[in-house]
Design a binder for this molecule. Sequence first.
Ligand code: SF4
Ligand code: SF4
Length: 321
Amino acid sequence: MCFFCSCPWEYSVDRPSRELPAEGWEQIMEYYRYRGVKHIAFTGGEATLREDLPRLIRYARKMHYTTSLITNGRAVNSDVLKAIKENNVLLSISVPGIETFSEHTGVDNVENVLSLFKICREMGISTVANIAVTKKNLPELYENIAYPLLNGADYVLLNRFLPGGRGMKNTEYLLSIDETNKMLDIAEEVMEKAGVNGHIGTELPYCIVKHPDKYEKLSVGYKCGAAKNFFVTDPEGYIKVCNHSPHRVCRWDEADSLDLNDYWHRFITSDYIPQMCKECKHSDTCDGGCREAAHVFNGSIDGPDPCFELEPNFIEIKSPL
Ligand code: SF4
Ligand code: SF4
């Protein structure tokens, strides 16, 4: 029950009421494969709560997908690990804090999570340390990145906390612009020392980054990839542009008509640039931050990124024009 969970269901009228059975997911995997999808990431919620996850992983391999699994690690048992190993799945494990782990998750098992990195290293499974950064765990971010790496993580994925889902009730943990820069600096420092690479998973507004050319180990993105580089299928089989999105675009078996869908089209054509960015010289390289977090937080995909909520005068102070 992580307090920062951005899974939009708790803040959406489209809350899934029942999950598709394994046969349904296998049908979807076939349908997408024949339309050119190459990679599947099993995520959630928590995908390991499904007992048929090893079956789905094996089916994805059978359909020649590359695969990854994003998990909190709690229900990763020997069957899941076997399927991961045999099918070359990239395992992304959430570590939202070391000292603050239980405050973030409600569960006191950071040692188990860290030992999972070790087990994976011994089994030859590649792992990612997946860290949601909040105001609460920022003071220990150095350790938060270092511990998983010391235990065998191969890569770092940092997600700044963005309100959505349960996180909408905990917006006080949103990072300020200064704190976001601190996050970038700390991450670069640890990764440089460890010789490990990583990236920021939720795109940033370019103008809030003080030293955009400084980061070598950490890759920072400014363009929203939703609908262009990936899309999401929710537990009931509805397509969304991103896992942060509260909006169902259509059912999976209607994907052939996505081009006619207005919401999808806005993402494909980047028709969501906030008013404050209209004249910006960086608009070719920056989409104004997370478009779906803006949607959840401000009610519109062309609203300002939530980071500007804390500092509404930021654009006037440091105009990128
Ligand atoms: S003003 Fe908008 S487009 Fe320009 S850098 Fe800032 S967030 Fe990006
Ligand atoms: S909506 Fe766009 S910017 Fe936000 S997390 Fe999804 S892909 Fe990234």
